[in-house]
Design a protein around this ligand. Structure first.
Ligand code: URA
Ligand code: CA
Length: 434
């Protein structure tokens, strides 16, 4: 076997065998295959695609470059949840404690934000002292004690993904369905949970701009799971508007805490409810939907989910006090109101543009090396479907970079579209794929 001929084969649109794919991935992981050959291979995949079998084989080859966590023997009801990335997506900080409070074990590895999308790890680091780097022993001990831990992706699981992702990032080969699916699923499967619920975002603020593409991505991820012995459920959810009322790290942690205190916006509630229900049913905690809905509401109303979040924060080195008193979080030095330039119903607030504006204010990274400002972001005061008057405050910019407020205000106002009649509300959930 040689790399040249395998690249040529894919370039010509032929199907590669499992051993051919393994050859390329293994050698790239070890350093024997150079970046330029992997780049050419990735580009060939972008143009030619991959069959379902090839995508499963690619995922398997990626998993086999590292360890596989064996947690299934130790824990019943082990579940994992993953989002393909969105704007204002606080769901992991809400859903994980809800289902853990209901008796599931959530062993979650999260990522950082990049570009206009946020990352759970950055949000958690809004809590002073919070440690995302637990040893394996500490991770397992915490799962035994409280059933919930959220940590950074360890470099031992599917390590080739990190190398491939960095290469894809600079060779314009990120947006390929087989590459995205294998990247996500290799990490999820190596992390060991037998039940995985995926939140596949659709719309301007996400990778997948159309329902058809999101469905393809969801389908292949479910198939990969099935082929490798996992139960995977994909929830297709709307990402045309920012999720909830907050975009930015501290702002979203506070939003998650407010949610667990019973104060939430409808779109965020619908999504968190659905993800939690799917997890509870998949884990065998509930048989029927109605039962799962009741359980989720009970975990919120009783503050059991809030207490679970607080336990996790304390065990990972943070202070519970922040969870019970959000006024302790620092706020940005400049909070600038954005006033509506129109009168009418808000038809939509474009998630991508708001994500970009929040990033400019300091909430996100343009490149992996950028530092983020945990205090920065955007708070929405009005959402799609609300009626607003000209001059009414519709959002707040939170920033420590006052020079950014004028351009970001313009960007935000561009993101808002109006209509004269009350628009139909868009459902948060588009489809469930199992
Ligand atoms: N998230 C990942 O982990 N990988 C991708 O390729 C895209 C999103
Ligand atoms: Ca939000």
């Amino acid at each position: 076997m040689d790399a040249y001929n395998l690249i040529l084969k894919k370039k010509n649109g032929l199907e590669l065998s499992a051993s051919e794919i393994e050859y390329l991935i293994k050698n790239y992981s070890s350093g024997a295959l150079p970046d330029y050959q992997m780049s050419a291979f990735l580009m060939a995949i972008c143009w030619r695609g991959m069959s379902e079998q090839e995508t499963v084989d690619l995922t398997t080859a990626m998993i086999n470059t590292g360890k596989i966590l064996k947690l299934t023997e130790e824990f019943d009801c082990l579940v994992d949840k993953h989002s393909t990335g969105g704007v204002g997506d606080t769901t992991s900080l809400i859903v994980s404690p809800i289902v853990a409070a209901a008796g599931c074990v959530v062993a979650k590895m999260s990522g950082r934000g990049l570009g206009h999308t946020g990352g759970t790890l950055d949000k958690l680091e809004s809590l002073p002292g919070f440690n995302i780097d637990l040893t394996n022993a500490a991770f397992i001990n915490q799962l035994k004690q409280i059933g919930l831990a959220i940590i950074g992706q360890t470099s031992e699981l599917a390590p080739v993904d990190k190398k491939m992702y960095a290469l894809r990032d600079v060779t314009a080969t990120v947006d390929s369905i087989p590459l995205i699916a294998s990247s996500i699923m290799s990490k999820k499967i190596a992390a060991g949970a037998p039940k995985i619920v995926l939140d596949v975002k659709v719309g301007s603020g996400s990778f997948m701009k159309s329902v058809a593409d999101a469905r393809k991505l969801a389908d292949i991820m479910v198939q990969i799971g099935r082929a490798l012995g996992k139960d995977v459920i994909a929830v297709l959810s709307n990402m045309n508007n920012p999720l909830g009322m907050a975009v930015g790290n501290i702002l979203e942690v506070k939003e998650a805490i407010d949610f667990l205190n019973g104060n939430y916006s409808d779109d965020l509630f619908q999504l968190c409810l659905e993800l939690s229900v799917q997890i509870l049913i998949s884990a065998g905690k509930c048989r029927q939907r109605a039962e799962a809905v009741t359980l989720v509401n009970r975990m919120i109303d009783s503050r059991k989910a809030l207490d679970k979040l607080a336990e996790m924060v304390e065990m990972q080195g943070g202070e519970q006090g922040y969870i019970y008193d959000t006024s302790r979080f620092p706020s940005a030095a400049h909070i600038v109101e954005i006033k509506s330039t129109h009168q009418g119903y808000i038809a939509g607030i474009d998630a991508l543009m708001v994500g970009r504006a929040a990033m400019e204010l300091g909430a996100g990274r343009a490149t992996k090396k950028d530092e983020i400002d945990l205090q920065a972001g955007i708070k929405l005061l009005r959402k799609s479907g609300d009626y607003v008057r000209k001059g009414q405050v519709i959002a707040e910019m939170h920033t420590n970079k006052p020079e950014k407020t004028a351009p970001c205000q313009a960007l935000f106002l561009n993101a808002v579209t109006f209509c004269e009649e009350k628009p139909k509300s868009c459902p948060s959930i588009i489809e469930i794929i199992t």
